[in-house]
Design a protein around this ligand. Structure first.
Ligand SMILES: [Cu+2]
Length: 134
């Protein structure tokens, strides 16, 4: 029983993950409008991690979203979390996962840099600098 518990802890407990966020960008938007942020999460560690939240001080609200298509309709909806498997990566992009950003507090012109805070179960809060792009 103890052996089983130990191996369980090795699989699911402790161990911090090593994550890298690449190519972070956010769509240009005028004050009060919506935008979306994109990036790639690279997980080089042996443990999976879970992105469960996002904060953006430059906007009224930020949410994890996914795009979907069903019966010829396309749309998007909030997702509660996104798992980044061990030794793998997940790209947030147009038509897939993205960070939905609503009510931008100031004009986001091309080249402007803003901070996003990504909340991971294991790695904790990672601050990412995203560049505004058309
Ligand atoms: Cu969205």
């Amino acid at each position: 029983m103890i052996a089983v518990l130990c191996s369980f802890l090795m699989l699911f407990g402790g161990g911090k993950s090593q994550l890298r966020i690449e190519h972070a960008s956010v769509g240009v938007a005028a004050k009060g409008m919506s935008s979306a942020a994109f990036f790639t999460v690279v997980n080089e560690s042996d443990v999976a991690d879970t992105l469960y939240g996002v904060k953006a001080e430059f906007a009224g609200m930020a949410q994890l979203h996914e795009s979907f298509s069903k019966d010829g309709m396309v749309g998007m909806r909030p997702v509660r979390f996104v798992v980044i498997g061990a030794k793998s990566s997940v790209t947030f992009k147009h038509g897939g996962y993205h960070v939905m950003i609503m009510d931008v507090k100031e004009n986001l012109r091309a080249g402007r840099k803003v901070k996003l805070e990504l909340l991971f179960r294991r790695a904790g809060a990672l601050i990412v600098e995203a560049t505004a792009k058309n």
